[in-house]
Design a protein around this ligand. Structure first.
Ligand code: BYC
Length: 472
């Protein structure tokens, strides 16, 4: 019998026999998946100083302890209910929110929950080798914190599938453990979650840009008329914030170190000679992960998105900040690619909801890049990092039909082939990064040469705290 203590929760698990039975069936498969596909080499002997959510109030949420990863207590939490919550947008605006899934929207809602759920284990799979190349114990612990929380996000979606989608939901929950990132026969659903994350620059960019798409999507799902989905995603957002912190500060620390090395080299030397990561390489990884994460917002013109909005399934980020919540007449202006030519045009705003969310996302990413540039400025370095144009390197949406440079200028196929290595990581860049990450740093307080230490440790602990310890 699964005890409520093993699965911290605020969904009344101990009195819900049906859910308990469903989870009893699913949990052993999850643990087996974690052992097979989770952090490689960190399953049995290592204890990690992680936080475990034991309740949704701040004191219970920030509960820290040493745990062996497969023994982490993955919990199920919903944000507190909002009294008399009403549907805030679309055709049913003003009506009471739903506590059960309406039959007519069952397929659409299931698809949204499954797509969201699929990304969570995918990211753990993508990151499973990074522990073997970590720049410090502090970073190793952060990686595992992110991993266990992605695992918990999977639990959150599986809770919804088991509780609200009957037999189909149970089948989907099993399949979430069967698809595998990068597997040719059974890949993960969205493309970015099949890309390898083989080095720590990939990891920090992923947590900066791809987890931020998690934020976009969770913000829009937290507006949903399906109240359990809204409450689940609202709590997930609090965890997502830490993942983006890991990404943004990880890159900030690399930049700090790169600037120090550039100065030592008299501003002229290639920092690779000193074991650092040069700014052009950092820019290429921004280009890659930003463009992959733009794709995760879907097509610019999407009837799916229009219908999600009309039916109240998925809103806009911070829906309450908009004036018009029905959006039945409004038009949206955007750049369109028609017959191979770029032109500005207008489309009904409901069909542009993916693009509206992407606008929010681009703004949020830009704020992060601006903060990174302050580090360069502080060191008196005139180079600046930038987001590439949103047409660059797209695999989804209308701009995927053509090639564009990072400034948004169209390119012929031949020109793209000739120049893409200038803008995206090439095999030599990847080889170099692996070469400086070949030896993991497991000594407390020590950091790899290419990254500066953080300004402070975790939860008041010093930077040289033993965040991961080996029990042998
Ligand atoms: N890759 O009408 P469209 C996170 C397909 S990340 C492959 O635009 P829609 C996290 C689409 O399936 C957040 N295929 O689609 C971060 C459809 O195919 P079919 C995850 C794609 O549905 C880090 C066709 O194109 N959250 O949480 O409007 C670590 C038509 O496209 C892609 C969600 O996904 C793609 N990128 O928009 C851990 C939220 N994009 O069926 C976690 C839920 C589109 O016609 N999902 N297609 O053959 C959604 O809201 C929507 O599914 C999407 C796509 C916004 C993703």
């Amino acid at each position: 019998m699964i005890s409520a203590e093993r699965i911290p929760n605020n969904v009344g698990l101990s009195s819900n026999k049906r859910l308990q039975r469903a989870l009893e069936h699913w949990q052993p498969k999850y643990i087996q998946w974690w052992r097979d596909m989770g952090p490689q080499g960190f399953q049995d002997y290592h204890q990690v100083y992680v936080r475990t959510a034991v309740s949704v109030d701040p004191s219970g949420w920030a509960h820290f302890e040493y745990v062996k990863l497969p023994e982490y207590r993955w919990g199920i939490f919903l944000a507190d209910p909002v009294h008399d919550r009403r549907i805030g947008f679309g055709d049913f605006m003003g009506q009471s929110v739903w506590q059960e899934v309406p039959g007519e929207f069952r397929n659409q809602l299931r698809r949204l929950v499954v797509t969201q759920g699929d990304t969570e284990p995918a990211s753990v799979e993508q990151q499973r080798w990074l522990g073997q190349r970590c720049p410090s114990l502090y970073d190793l612990r952060n990686l595992f914190q992110v991993n266990v929380e992605e695992g918990r996000h999977l639990w959150a979606m599986v809770y919804l599938l088991h509780s609200y989608f009957g037999r189909d939901g149970r089948d989907e929950a099993e399949e979430l453990l069967e698809r595998q990132s990068g597997n040719r026969d059974k890949p993960r659903i969205l493309d970015a979650f099949n890309e390898p994350i083989e080095n720590w620059l990939d990891f920090f960019m992923f947590t900066m840009f791809t987890d931020r798409d998690g934020k976009s999507q969770l913000l829009s799902l937290s507006e949903s008329s399906l109240d359990p989905l809204s409450r689940t995603t609202r709590f997930m957002l609090t965890e997502e914030a830490h993942h983006m912190f890991v990404g943004e500060t990880g890159i900030a620390r690399i930049l700090e170190r790169t600037c120090q090395l550039m100065k030592q080299a008299g501003f002229s030397e290639d920092v690779r000679k000193m074991g650092g990561i040069d700014l052009p390489t950092i820019q290429k990884f921004i280009n890659l992960w930003f463009s992959l994460s733009l794709d995760l917002h879907g097509n610019e013109v999407s009837t799916n998105a229009a219908s999600y909005f009309a039916n109240g399934l998925k809103g806009r980020a911070y829906e309450e900040r908009w004036d018009d919540h029905s959006v039945s007449e409004a038009m949206y202006e955007l750049e369109l690619l028609k017959d191979g030519r770029l032109q500005r045009g207008h489309i009904p705003m409901r069909t542009a909801m993916n693009e509206v969310l992407r606008d929010w996302y681009v703004g949020d990413c830009q704020n992060g890049v601006t903060r990174w540039n302050r580090i360069l400025e502080r060191h008196g370095i005139s180079d600046r990092l930038r987001l590439p144009d949103r047409k660059f390197n797209r695999g989804i949406g209308m701009f995927s039909a053509m090639h564009f440079d990072p400034f948004g200028q169209p390119l012929s196929d031949a020109e793209w082939e000739r120049r893409k290595d200038e803008w995206l990581p090439n095999p030599r860049d990847r080889e170099y990064l692996l070469s400086i990450q070949a030896e993991p740093v497991y000594e407390p307080g020590k950091f790899a040469n290419y990254i500066a230490p953080p300004q402070r440790g975790i939860k008041g602990a010093p930077v040289n705290f033993e965040y991961v310890r080996t029990e042998l």
